[in-house]
Write a protein that binds this ligand. Sequence first.
Ligand code: C5P
Length: 305
Amino acid sequence: MLFQKNTDSLVIQTPAKLNLFLEILGQRDDGFHELETLMVSVSLYDTLTFQKGVKNKIHLHCNDASQNLNKERSSIETIPNDEKNLIVQAARLLQKETGVLEGVCMTLQKRIPAAAGLAGGSSDAAATLVGLNKFWKLGLGEKELWRLASKLGSDVPFFLASSPIAVCRGRGEIIEPVTFSGQGHFVIARPQSGLSTAEVFQHYHQEKQALPRSVEPLLNTLKKGTFSNTGQHFYNALQTPARLLNGEVKQLGNLLEKQPIEGHLMSGSGSACFGLCSSRRQANKIANVLRSQGIPQTFAVSISI
Ligand code: C5P
């Protein structure tokens, strides 16, 4: 998360995330799945601006950069301006929990594609908690923000962590930061259609007698301070159900397979996939190749600081 404080506004750049590893350890009584996942925040950002609002009123205006690229959108791909948006839910939650009477006027410049497994909505929600905590001078501490973030969604707490790489467990809300000072470059591509997280989880079936995979081999490779050789440890248990639900995910995987990259995988519950590149230059080059092959929502990114 990157902050810029102006005289009468606060601007936050909210990063996307990639899951380089995601294993499902079982289904819980509350219907959620127990996860072990490694998440990395990357330099594809939405921009969220906070300005003074009318007392008690939460106002959100969204500009969606991908609107013209994807005209036939389903409801899960449309960015709402109202209570359905996690940003508005986060602001309301803060009002309810702290009793603050101030309002706010927020503008969202959306660049992270929705229904893509990149957690754009969760990142925006985390930025709303952190941003309004500053903007409304609420003085909430880390623990309190984490509690509110976990109420909003499983991926929201990750974006509160100070480290751009973390292993996330539980529903995804228990965060263990990973120390890493190197750089990493990726190309992200999002097919024309998205996927619903709930639907992908519903279609997940554990392979019979398969022991769960562990994130440890990936972590051990990362300890060398580079992403080189990590591609062999990329794994996402949700990739099979996502490919069955959306044929474009498989097609995109086939396309990435043909590129001279070090590994590729679907992120989260999809439908976006990413490839690990050796440099920013290579990421840009592959992004251009994918665009020329008919995938306009393609981004070259690095680890977000
Ligand atoms: O927590 P979040 O609102 O992002 O989750 C969306 C949906 O994804 C949940 O309603 C649930 O169906 C599924 N999910 C799950 N296990 C998780 C995270 C999400 O089953 N650990």
